[in-house]
Design a binder for this molecule. Structure first.
Ligand SMILES: CC(C)(COP(=O)(O)OP(=O)(O)OC[C@H]1O[C@@H](n2cnc3c(N)ncnc32)[C@H](O)[C@@H]1OP(=O)(O)O)[C@@H](O)C(=O)NCCC(=O)NCCS
Length: 314
């Protein structure tokens, strides 16, 4: 009997209307459209405007679209995982807020916090729930309102990030389609290069932490860049090799969208032609947990049953 796998059977996505362009950023910080495009590939990013709106406002429409496309009611969802570093609140989980707001009254859910790797960790976790036979419909939503933790006076980070969400529905498959293999690793040793200092138990928020800007994302771009280029190429190669796949067998690479130069370096080392690489960073910037499902959402019409996709993030 064929092993039970977790197949992606529907997709949804959402990006807010407001476009923060490089030209607008030129008026906010000392930067240029030329610098941003050459160093990152980004032209504009979407921003969720308006009081009282959080990550659940991004996740909700993505999940509702996914349900409508599959012809199911939210009440049929068994489990919903929101991957995010910008939850509506520290608790309760944004997943629970989303479930309540869309009427997924039979689902349990939780938030998974792993920054840009979040969606892939969520996908892998959700897939295991399906493979175990325990659940039939698991939704994984990658959603981040990055604008809520970005310092718009810091030119080295504010040009990079945007808001958005993408969602996939996982269902059991017995024909061999779905999540076939994963390599997941984590390394906490680089904490000094990418973090948010305050707001956690180590440094609870205070007037002092806010004055110092410790509630914003902090990044040392060059260090992260180096780590990403070497780590991503190695792991992409490894997963192809152990599954007996060559570049010719891959329909698309679905990379985390943090910097077009990182994507290009990795895809070239994998020997993939440019048309096999999903890139939408120019339109959305880095939406953290949202990047990979938003790529799938944008490319949906070009995907066929049985296409081999390699997804990576760091
Ligand atoms: C952030 C990033 C785009 C910066 O590009 P870079 O080529 O590494 O640039 P550097 O940080 O070395 O800065 C080069 C110069 O540009 C300047 N600079 C930084 N941001 C700038 C901006 N927005 N506009 C103009 N100049 C800028 C720097 O101050 C520096 O000037 P100096 O040489 O006079 O000191 C790049 O390092 C990167 O993408 N890193 C990885 C990010 C990532 O993947 N993050 C993961 C999050 S999930």
């Amino acid at each position: 009997m064929q092993k039970r796998t977790a197949a992606i059977t529907s997709l949804g996505g959402y990006v807010p209307e407001y476009r923060l362009t490089n030209t607008e950023l030129e008026r906010m910080v000392d930067t240029t459209d030329e610098w941003i495009q050459t160093r990152t590939g980004i032209v504009e990013r979407r921003i969720l405007k308006g009081e009282g709106k959080g990550t659940s406002d991004l996740a909700m429409p993505a999940v509702l679209e996914l349900c409508a496309k599959r012809g199911i009611e939210p009440a049929e969802i068994d489990c919903l995982i929101v991957t995010t570093v910008t939850p509506d609140m520290v608790f309760p989980a944004t997943a629970n807020i989303v479930c309540d707001r869309i009427g997924a009254k039979n689902a349990w859910g939780f938030d998974l916090e792993a920054a840009c790797s979040g969606f892939l960790y969520g996908l892998s976790t959700g897939a295991m729930f399906i493979e175990s036979g325990r659940y039939k419909k698991v939704v994984v939503v990658g959603a981040d309102k990055m604008s809520s933790i970005i310092d718009y006076s810091d030119r080295s980070t504010c040009i990079l990030f945007g808001d958005g969400a993408g969602a996939v529905l996982l269902e059991p498959n017995e024909e061999g389609y779905g999540v076939l293999d994963t390599i997941l690793r984590s390394d906490g040793s680089g904490v000094q290069y990418l973090h948010m200092k305050a707001g956690g138990s180590l440094m609870p928020p205070s007037i002092d932490t806010v004055t110092r800007g410790y509630h914003y994302a902090y990044q040392e771009g060059k260090a992260v860049f180096k780590f990403a280029v070497t780590g991503m190429a190695d792991v992409s190669y490894e997963i192809m090799e152990r599954n007996g796949l060559t570049a010719a067998d891959i329909a698309f690479l679905v990379p985390h969208q943090a910097n077009k130069r990182i994507i290009d370096a990795t895809s070239h080392r994998m020997g993939l032609a440019d048309e096999k690489v999903m890139i939408n960073i120019q339109r959305y910037g880095n939406t953290t947990s949202g990047t990979i499902p938003l790529c799938l959402w944008d490319w949906e019409k070009q995907l066929k049953k049985g296409d081999n996709l390699v997804k990576w993030a760091y």
